[in-house]
Design a protein around this ligand. Structure first.
Ligand code: AP5
Ligand code: ZN
Length: 203
């Protein structure tokens, strides 16, 4: 299947994408991870790092290219973190078709809480949370790091950028065939059950 997962920063896109990858054997195409892996790459617009640490969008030309290349070589995918504005929507529609669009709906207060408490295992990329999801293994616990953009100030800016640029993208997809709103405030397991059912019905 060709799946798009949309939602605000912290909605659980990365967490649920991992489940989709496992269940359907598809590629996880994520602009956020791709950019983090190339943070200091020099482009004509500067480095991705400058934008990401400020919570701003990286220029479209750069992310469009990342997505085009990744989708070209994928046999089934879950696309996470893209499109984030209307111009990216247009570009995406020119290169591929989507079977399912999953919208993870979560309140702003909950998003701030999740993001500021998130910790990442730099070795596996796995996400944890300081309050309700820490690894049992002490070695893993000790190597966890906080993402540069998960500080309180940058989180607020990312949410502002989301409201301004990406909320209209979600409105755009509401009339799209295959659109489904998922209650993202449930437990990760409950969210996954809803997603699994929704995708199975549509592919
Ligand atoms: P990106 O990496 O895409 O970040 P984001 O969209 O801000 O989303 P996150 O990864 O923070 O959240 P998520 O929805 O994946 O949630 P997660 O599963 O981790 O982008 C980062 C930056 O890159 C952007 O700001 C921008 O600068 C740049 N960029 C990327 N794409 C771009 C584009 N297309 N155009 C331009 N610039 C772009 O979960 C979050 C936390 O909550 C975790 O701790 C997790 O354990 C926990 N959690 C998850 N689900 C639940 C649940 N159900 N209940 C409780 N806790 C949960
Ligand atoms: Zn993510």
């Amino acid at each position: 299947p060709q799946i798009l997962i949309v939602g605000a920063p912290g909605a659980g896109k990365g967490t649920q994408s991992a489940n989709l990858v496992e269940e359907y054997g598809i590629e996880h195409v994520t602009t956020g991870d791709a950019l983090r892996a190339n943070k200091d790459m020099e482009t004509e617009h500067g480095t991705p790092r400058e934008y990401m640490e400020a919570g701003e969008l990286v220029p479209d030309e750069l992310v469009n290219e990342i997505v085009r290349e990744a989708l070209e070589s994928a046999d089934g995918y879950v696309l996470d973190g893209y499109p984030r504005n209307e111009s990216q929507v247009e570009y995406l529609e020119s290169i591929t078709d989507l079977d399912v669009v999953l919208y993870l709906d979560v309140d702003r207060e909950e998003l701030v809480h999740r993001l500021t408490g998130r910790r990442v295992d730099p070795e596996t990329g796995e996400n944890y949370h300081t309050e309700y999801d820490m690894p049992d293994d002490e070695e893993v616990r000790e190597r966890l790091v906080q993402r540069d953009d998960d500080t309180e100030d940058t989180v607020q800016e990312r949410l502002r950028v989301f409201e301004e640029n990406t909320a209209p993208v979600i409105e755009h997809y509401e009339d799209h065939a295959g659109f489904v709103r998922i209650d993202g405030e449930q437990t990760p397991e409950e969210v996954w059950d809803d997603i699994n059912e929704a995708v199975d019905e549509r592919v």
